[in-house]
Design a protein. Structure first.
Ligand SMILES: [Zn+2]
Length: 268
């Protein structure tokens, strides 16, 4: 029952509103305590919180060296330190280094979707800890973290920004660099990137971000790590990094939970 459907005197309306709020809060507590946590991928009940059952956990493909020093794309074999991928040489990104905890496959997709749309904010703890481990060298060099922002209309519908939730855990697990949540603003809601080519994605996010007036002072001369949930073509983090660098950041690295890996390339 909403207030707009049943207009009531001001006093009664506020009592109804408070009762509704109390009911929602109570139901939330009961659900939280009565239901065992479920595996974020196969929905099996879990003995412990942590997000995944042992079978799904074993299917996660963590990204580990050897990989491209710049883009973090895994290599089929180790050709020595500092080796770059063909993509990094042919089309260098505006950011310095990118690292991802896992490949974007079935289990990673389930984790991201449940975090984003399924009210499973608890998954951010597991995902953020994996990210902190994958991005250790980036975090050691970082002054602050900047989550990729959502447009306010999406934030309204989803209630929280998954990138900011992940950044909070990454910070706690990675030595506590400051999280600059409001440094970067999303000026327009970009259409979903799904189904777009690499070039179309770059055009889609062009001019979509800006450093806020408060953010400008906060990022000046700082070494930043941009945080997001998924890296597909890299168009979003590339335009965010360029925006931060133009506004005075010293350098920008990128840390995501999952990245799309087409095929494992050989180093050149
Ligand atoms: Zn499972």
């Amino acid at each position: 029952m909403s207030d707009t459907e049943f207009p009531a005197p001001a006093g009664r309306r506020s009592v109804f509103a408070r009762m509704a709020q109390l009911c929602r809060a109570t139901i939330g507590v009961v659900l939280d305590t009565a239901l065992p946590p479920l595996c974020a991928s196969c929905r099996a009940p879990l003995g412990n919180p942590g997000g995944l059952c042992p079978a799904c956990w074993s299917r996660v493909s963590f990204i580990a060296p050897p990989y491209c020093e710049r883009l973090g794309i895994p290599f089929a074999y180790d050709a020595g330190p500092g080796i770059l991928s063909m993509e990094a040489i042919a089309d260098p990104p505006s950011y310095g280094r990118a690292r991802a905890a896992v490949r974007f496959d079935d289990v990673a997709r389930d984790l991201v979707h449940r975090l984003k749309y399924g009210d499973r904010l608890d998954l951010a703890t597991t995902m953020g800890r994996w990210m902190a481990r994958a991005g250790r060298e980036l975090l050691d060099d970082a002054d602050a973290l900047v989550p990729v922002p959502l447009h306010w209309r999406r934030l309204w519908g989803r209630r929280f920004n998954q990138a900011a939730a992940l950044a909070g855990v990454v910070s706690a697990a990675g030595g506590g660099p400051e999280v600059l949540t409001g440094a970067l603003g999303r000026m327009r809601a970009t259409p979903q990137q799904v189904g777009l080519s690499r070039g179309e994605r770059a055009v889609n996010v062009q001019g979509a971000f800006a450093v806020t007036p408060d953010g400008r002072a906060a990022i000046r001369g700082k070494r930043l790590v941009l945080v997001d949930d998924v890296l597909t073509s890299g168009a979003t983090v590339d335009v965010c990094a360029r925006t931060l660098l133009r506004a005075g950041a010293r350098n920008v690295d990128v840390l995501v939970f999952a990245r799309v890996v087409a095929a494992v390339p050989a180093p050149i």
